[in-house]
Design a protein around this ligand. Structure first.
Ligand code: IVH
Length: 667
């Protein structure tokens, strides 16, 4: 293609890709297939490599991450990025409100309430509508230039929907799901784990290699605009609307609050919602809505007087470390675990906290017998924040990482480039039990009822040596186990039978091959179509696939060559477990753009199956009820989500209605 038509096509492609990216990542409502999107992207990359001089700031190729850098440049914030004052009680909020009433000489003040996202503040500069630079908050006056990493965040517009100059501020965060997935992958690779989604987001933004940042599930909510040139905007509420119109993702739970009562009510509402949100929040932020009033209230050097963060009571407490034990994971990773004097945190009893690896034990200087501060953020695993060294009595003992596996006694090794110590014995009992648990997990074969204790029982009773043996179990075998009644035994056999029909990607993920996570399993299953074809693939064939690198290829080949895998696969074949990947049905996108929330217990399908059915037809499954939800599917014992959905006038369907919607036969 000549230069001129190439330039035209490039502009067209950039617009097209940015637009579809917006539909997908901001509106959560994709309108073209992933395949077509990929095709546009390929064409763009090809043209850009032919004509590098035609590169542009708004090019979606920036999403893939540029070349690594050696250090971040410094950025001065023209308008300082202030912090927020905190309130921890309703009284403190009242005091904030009274002060404003006094300053303004007004009775009631309209506030905007927003969830306080637990992430990192960033500043985004746009010129002529193009994203030119982005920075961290730093000390509020000087931050770091993290433009290349920010470009990889799909919900960050590289091009605004108006060609204006603007400085937008917002919060970069990671969803709980994205964080859990990232840590799972890191665990499989023997890398150290992130303590919480916020740390994971921070670590990702500070990557010197943007290609690494591009692999991290980062997201962004915009919440303010500074240096407003558009004088017709007079309130925070209008700013939020403008940000949305410019193409940003704005949090859906923001609310305009007419008085203090409404403000308190908003806090209570968000507090109940908080655990069902897909990301972590640590409070709510109140901002005076009227920009002129904001100016009147002014700021201190630290924080504005027109805004406050009302923080949720932190689930934090002090307890003693009774002991530090070690556990062995599915891939042999040996992890130290703090055994705590039981402590009640936000309604659940905390008895253990992972210490991740021995470096973390050293870094935090944790000893057996120490008094420690334990923190539990949302439903995330509890974490040891710090040791109270002043409370040491002298009787504390250092933890010594064992050099042999606590389960099988074999020598543990640290593989090159890995932080974790690993047991390399594939027959190690702890690993076998963990492999059974993984195989049965929801994302893998979804064998509900087969959890930690049953997996251990099955193994230790000699009934199950590997996951292949699960399908040879009989009611008679199961009834021999302690605490397993006839009903549970039959349930388990039914679920096992049903799981035989799972598509290949689930089986593949369930086999627990190192480095083969859910995503790689789907990719491999889609490409090779059957387990025997995959098992016969050569390294070159594997590496030829996008996203499959030499390490995954090596891991797959060593797995399939191993005697153990051969035995398991033979057993699975004997049991007639499905080895094929289902073909995607074309034209079944009838639920595209519709979102669903499930609540209560479903009888006919597992949650995971219901989710897949919706997603298979192009629909979305969300975890929280909001006005963006189209259907609430309520099973037995549905609770607060049902009430909320009714309040919002969302269509509520029972399981039968759901089945009808999917055109399945009703019961
Ligand atoms: S407004 C001057 N709005 O909280 C206004 N901040 O503790 C300052 N944050 O640094 C920011 N959600 O990282 C604002 N909806 C929200 C927020 C929010 C989270 C963070 C932000 C800020 C920190 C202050």
């Amino acid at each position: 293609m000549d230069r001129e038509p190439a330039a035209r096509r490039l502009t067209e492609l950039r617009e097209l890709i940015n637009e579809h990216n917006y539909y997908y990542h901001v509106l959560d409502a994709p309108c073209i297939s992933d395949a077509l999107f990929d095709q546009y992207m390929q064409e763009l990359m090809q043209l850009e490599s032919l004509y590098p001089e035609l590169s542009s700031d708004d090019s979606p190729s920036r999403r893939l991450g540029g070349p690594p850098i050696s250090a971040f440049a410094e950025v001065r914030h023209l308008v300082p990025m202030l912090s927020l004052d905190n309130a921890f009680t309703g009284d403190a909020l009242l005091a904030f409100y009274r002060r404003l009433q006094k300053i303004f000489g007004m009775g009631s003040i309209t506030l905007v309430g927003e969830p306080k996202i637990d992430g990192l503040a960033v500043s985004l500069y746009y010129e002529d509508g193009k994203f030119v630079r982005g920075a961290t908050r730093g000390d509020g006056y000087r931050g770091e230039d993290i433009t290349a990493n920010l470009c990889t965040i799909r919900s960050l517009p590289l091009r605004l929907r108006e060609d204006i100059r603007a400085e937008v501020r917002g919060e970069v965060f990671m969803t709980r799901e994205g964080f859990a997935r990232l840590n799972r992958e890191r665990e499989q690779e023997g890398l150290s784990l992130f303590a919480n989604p916020r740390n994971a987001a921070a670590g990702s933004l500070r990557q010197l290699d943007p290609a690494v940042a591009a692999q991290r599930p980062l997201d962004l909510f915009a919440y303010s605009l500074v240096n407003l040139s558009n004088k017709s905007i007079t309130s925070q509420w209008e700013i939020l609307a403008l940000l949305k119109a410019l193409g940003f993702k704005v949090n859906a739970h923001v609310s305009l609050l007419q008085d203090l009562d409404e403000a308190l009510h908003f806090y209570a509402e968000i507090n109940t919602l908080r655990h069902s949100l897909p990301y972590e929040i640590d409070g709510v932020v109140y901002k005076v809505n009227d920009l002129l009033l904001q100016e009147k209230a002014g700021s201190t050097s630290r924080a504005p007087r027109w805004a406050i963060a009302y923080k949720f009571a932190a689930a934090e407490g002090i307890t003693r470390i009774r002991d530090i034990t070690v556990t062995v994971g599915r891939t042999g990773t040996i992890t130290p675990l703090a055994e705590l004097d039981p402590l009640l945190l936000s309604g659940s009893l905390v008895k253990r906290a992972s210490l991740h690896n021995e470096w973390i034990v050293r870094e935090k200087d944790v000893m057996i017998g120490d008094m420690v501060v334990v923190h539990k953020a949302g439903e995330i695993i509890p974490e040891i924040v710090m040791v109270l060294k002043k409370r040491r009595s002298g009787g504390e003992r250092p933890f010594i990482m064992p050099q042999s596996c606590p389960s099988c006694g074999r020598e543990a090794k640290r593989l090159q480039g890995e932080a974790a110590l690993r047991c390399l014995n594939p027959a190690c009992p702890a690993q076998v039990v963990e492999r059974i648990i993984h195989f049965a997990s929801r994302e893998a074969m979804d064998i509900s009822g087969l959890g930690e204790s049953l997996a251990a029982q099955l193994y230790h009773s000699g009934l199950v040596h590997d996951v292949g043996d699960l399908y040879a179990l009989t009611a008679e075998d199961l009834l021999k186990l302690e605490r397993l009644g006839e009903k549970s035994a039959n349930n388990l056999l039914n679920v096992l039978e049903r799981s035989k029909n799972n598509p290949l990607h689930r089986l593949l993920y369930g086999l627990g091959i190192r480095l083969v996570g859910e995503r790689a399993a789907r990719l491999l299953a889609a490409h090779f179509g059957s387990l025997p074809c995959l098992a016969a693939a050569t390294s070159a064939e594997l590496i030829a696939l996008k996203e499959i690198g030499p390490r995954i290829a090596f891991s797959l080949i060593s797995f399939f060559q191993g005697a153990e895998a051969k035995t398991v696969i033979h057993k699975l074949k004997q049991a007639e477990v499905n080895f094929l990947e289902e073909q995607e049905k074309e034209g079944q996108e009838d639920l595209a753009g519709k979102s669903f929330v499930f609540t209560g217990t479903l009888q006919r399908f597992t949650r995971q199956q219901a989710k897949e059915m919706v997603e298979g037809r192009g629909g979305k499954v969300l975890s929280a009820v909001s006005k963006n939800v189209d259907y609430l599917i309520a099973g037995g014992t549905a609770g607060s989500k049902l009430t909320r959905a009714r309040e919002l006038g969302i269509t509520v369907l029972g399981e039968e209605g759901f089945a009808e919607l999917l055109n399945q036969e009703p019961f």
